[in-house]
Every structure is written in C-alpha cells, then in structure tokens.
Design a protein around this ligand. Structure first.
Ligand code: FES
Length: 326
C-alpha cells in the first residue's frame, strides 16, 4: 500500500559543495514528522510526474527535521536539476516516506561503512546514529571510509570532523597521495563473522566493493548496498517476451526496445513506478512462473535467484513468457 503524501516545508537550502545541495524539510505547523531509521530515504514529488528518492543525512535522533543531500547529476533526467534550480526555501514539497531499504543489521558487532561520493548521505546518518551515546553505551562499533574525487567535492566534512565521528572516519581522495587511497581488497581481505559491510555510491564503486568482498569470501548476508544513479539501458540482443496477467488472463507483448513497465502501462495495467532505474522497489511485482532476467539494483542476490518477484521498470525475461500476479 502507498503511504500518504506529506506536505513539508523547505526550511533551508544550502550548498554543501558546488554540486551538492542540502535541503532541510520540516513539518507544517501543528504536524509532526514521522520518525526514521538510519539508511532511510524520502520520495520527493517534483512536479509533472517527476518522482525521486533521496537519502536522509541527519541522525534519526535529530527530530523535527529531515535533511537531504542532493547531487546535481550532469546526466539528470530532471530530478536533481529540479532540486538544484527550482526548489527554494519557504516553499512546500510533497513527500512520501521515510522508507528504508538499507537498514543497519541489529545483530552486527561492527559496522563497516563505505561511501563513494554522494553515497555519504545514508552512511553519515548511520554513523551519527551509531555514535549516539545510547548506541555507544549499547556497544555499537563502526568505522566509515569516505572516498571522493577531491576534498573540494566531498560533502559534510565539518560534521565528519566533530569529536563523536572524527576518530572513526578515514578519508580517501582520488587526487591525494597514493597511500591514502581506498584499497578495497586490503580493507575487505579478512571476512569477519560479526562485521556487516554497508556500501553506497556510484554503481562502479559499489560493484568494486562487492567484488572485493565476494572474492575475499564475505557471506552475502553481511553485504548491504544502495545504488545512486544506476543506469538502465537496453542491451544488444534484448529479445521481446510475453507477460501473462494471472488475474485477468490478459497477455501483453514486451517489444525488444520497450520496458516491461512501459508495455504494461500502455496496455492499461495500473503499475506504480518512481525511479525507473531498478533502485527504489516501487514497481516490485510477484512472478508466478517464468524466469526473469534481473537488471535491478534493488533485490538481493538470494531474491533474484528465487525468481519470485521482479522489477518491470528495468528487468526483462529469460523465458519467453512471464506470468505475473497482476
Ligand atoms: S520504479 Fe523504482 S525499481 Fe522500478
């Protein structure tokens, strides 16, 4: 079920770097903000069907405020450009959430947080939460590695330098001396049963981290990741396939150059979508039979292998027909 839309006021908008802006959202008078957990995101309605998800940067204990960090993507299909160019302090925004697909594992003895670029946003929320005196008293342990092109392009450095975080943070700048660069193979060389790894950032950064972790033998259940800016592209050799809608018995053809979500929508099948990049999970649909070809960054490796659900905004089919519970 879709959560209700919240109307929030933009209390402040500030530049965190020359390409990242911070939005602070607050409730309207007489209302309160729903609480959130570290790693959560909000879905912003940016007008004309433009819906985008952005991670919360602040600590969940900082009540009364949602803080978001938004990178201006040069490839922007409208979302980050709308935030950077049109959203202003004082206006209201329609928002859904908070939702969390990137939660901390409560049983972990140590949390290893790896941020690439704008991926710092959910990991900073996690770090602040874990550094909170209550969490520290409960034995929370963490370290944060933050990789960025340069110091100038790294956001939230002042917060990361505060005493509760500084000793647990290591910075890695691409333009810095070689010895401070992030060596993922060395960092992840020894899997540890009590440690959970959390990675967020550009696709290449996440894939490199997961590859290093898997190579070293980290169990899948200890790897947590959230993509930003994943790309969904048609691939050479894409074939058409049929979708059968189990509830109506109707059949929809998905042409090689068309997404399953577009084909379903064109056939009048109601389907909720948001990111259209296989990232947010909004279009998650149960599969009754057939084999999907998963191209999303949302389902875990186990969920993909189970083939019981798929994301029609980006995924396709290996089999000639998928039967969906629609
Ligand atoms: S719309 Fe976001 S995963 Fe499909």
């Amino acid at each position: 079920m879709t959560e209700p839309l919240l109307t929030l006021r933009v209390a402040r908008k500030q530049a965190a770097t020359d390409r990242i802006c911070t939005l602070e959202l607050e409730a309207l008078p007489g209302q309160t903000l729903p609480p959130f957990t570290p790693g959560a995101h909000l879905e912003l309605q940016l007008g004309e069907g433009l819906v985008r998800q952005y991670s919360l940067v602040n600590a969940p204990s900082e009540r009364g405020l949602y803080r978001l960090g938004v990178l201006l993507d040069p490839q922007s299909r409208g979302g980050s450009r709308a935030v950077h160019e049109h959203v202003q302090a004082g206006q209201t925004l329609q928002v859904r959430g908070p939702r969390n697909h990137f939660a901390l594992e409560p049983s972990a003895r140590h949390h290893l947080l790896l941020a690439g670029g704008i991926g710092i946003t959910p990991l900073l929320s996690m770090a602040q939460h874990l550094a909170h005196p209550e969490q520290q008293a409960a034995g929370a342990r963490f370290s944060l590695h933050y990789a960025a092109r340069s110091r100038a392009q790294a956001a939230y450095l002042e917060r990361l330098a505060e005493p509760d975080l500084a000793a647990r943070v290591q910075h890695h700048f691409d333009d810095g001396p070689p010895e401070q660069r992030l060596d993922l193979s060395a960092l992840l060389a020894r899997p540890d049963a009590g440690t959970h790894v959390y990675v967020c950032g550009p696709q290449g950064f996440i894939e490199a981290t997961l590859a290093a972790a898997r190579q070293a033998g980290w169990p899948e259940a200890q790897l947590h990741y959230e993509y930003f800016g994943a790309t969904v592209q048609a691939q050479a050799g894409d074939r058409g396939f049929e979708i059968e809608l189990a509830r109506s018995g109707k059949t929809v053809w998905v042409a090689p150059d068309c997404s399953a979500a577009d084909a379903l929508t064109a056939a009048g099948v109601p389907l909720m979508t948001a990111c259209l990049q296989g990232v947010c999970g909004t279009c998650l649909t149960p599969v009754l039979s057939g084999q999907p070809e998963h191209r999303d960054a949302y389902l875990s490796a186990e969920e993909k292998a189970a083939n019981q659900q798929f994301l029609p905004c980006c995924s396709r089919a290996v089999s000639e027909r998928l039967v969906l519970d629609l």
